[in-house]
Design a protein around this ligand. Structure first.
Ligand code: ADP
Ligand code: MG
Length: 247
């Protein structure tokens, strides 16, 4: 099979244990290029661990993960090269507090990708524009709202030119009135064809943007399908219980 025919992300028989705690118990999931998959499920069900196994922030106990046809779980793989292809955005924005917004975007490009000053600045400028924050280029993170900081974190990830973006509850730490701006940046990314895996409790975002919703509980995928099916007409009792509690 040609690598262009393969799913962008392939997860095969993925298991992850922390000591005796079996957190992922056999996850199989394919995500096509340009597809947006929302992962939902109760706290502790393994959603973050799943994302972290995709970019090797956690080492799986068993199973395989392929990104763009490359097995990232291969022990000989260049972890840094893998991570460059995968952007990640966390609930906590993790910006560098002591440098400007622009430097938050240029420093990783220079250090990790070896880009020159001019090129890194140009990429930063373009990505700040993309998230609607051109006017904050010279600001420090502490001068920004949570929503603006999260948009900077997205722009920083995009500046590395990833093939895939992983979002772990990107709006969960935000005041409600700041959630919308972050979601609209993500909506726009999805429309541009980015492959995205999004852990979120924002069901309206999932219904509107996700091509597919995956419901996890107890380290397994309990139910998956189009959002209108999984969120609108769940078949499994555990999915129904969960949705009833959060909606
Ligand atoms: P979710 O994101 O769905 O809330 P997580 O993937 O964060 O779930 O956590 C699932 C389980 O894995 C929890 O029981 C948590 O305590 C455990 N866990 C996650 N990360 C670690 C870690 N680094 N060390 C030990 N246990 C962990
Ligand atoms: Mg989590």
């Amino acid at each position: 099979m040609d690598s262009t025919d393969r799913p962008e992300i392939e997860i095969r028989g993925l298991h992850k244990a922390f000591g005796d705690n079996q957190v992922l118990r056999g996850i199989d999931l394919d995500i096509a290029r340009g597809e947006v998959v929302c992962v939902i499920g109760p706290s502790g069900s393994g959603k973050s661990t799943l994302l972290r196994c995709v970019n090797l922030l956690e080492e799986p106990t068993a199973g395989q993960v392929f990104v763009g046809g490359t097995e990232v779980t291969d022990l000989d793989v260049d972890i840094d090269a893998v991570r460059r292809r995968i952007g990640m955005v966390f609930q906590q924005f993790n910006l560098f507090p002591h440098v400007s917004v622009t430097e938050n975007l240029t420093l990783p490009q220079r250090r990790v990708l070896g880009r020159g000053k001019e090129q890194a600045a140009e990429v930063a400028r373009r990505n700040l524009e993309r998230v609607g924050l051109s006017d904050k280029a010279g600001a420090y993170p502490s001068q920004l709202s949570g929503g603006q900081q999260q948009r900077v974190a997205i722009a920083r990830a995009l500046s590395m030119g990833p093939e895939v973006m992983l979002f772990d509850e990107p709006t969960s730490a935000l005041d409600p009135e700041l959630v919308g701006d972050v979601l609209s940046v993500m909506r726009q990314l999805a429309a541009e064809g980015m492959t995205m895996m999004v852990v979120t409790h924002e069901m309206s975002f999932a219904r509107e943007v996700a091509d597919r919703v995956v419901f996890m509980d107890g380290g397994v995928i309990v139910e998956e399908g189009p959002a209108e099916q999984v969120v609108g007409d769940p078949q499994q009792p555990r999915t129904r219980d969960f949705l009833m509690r959060i909606l």
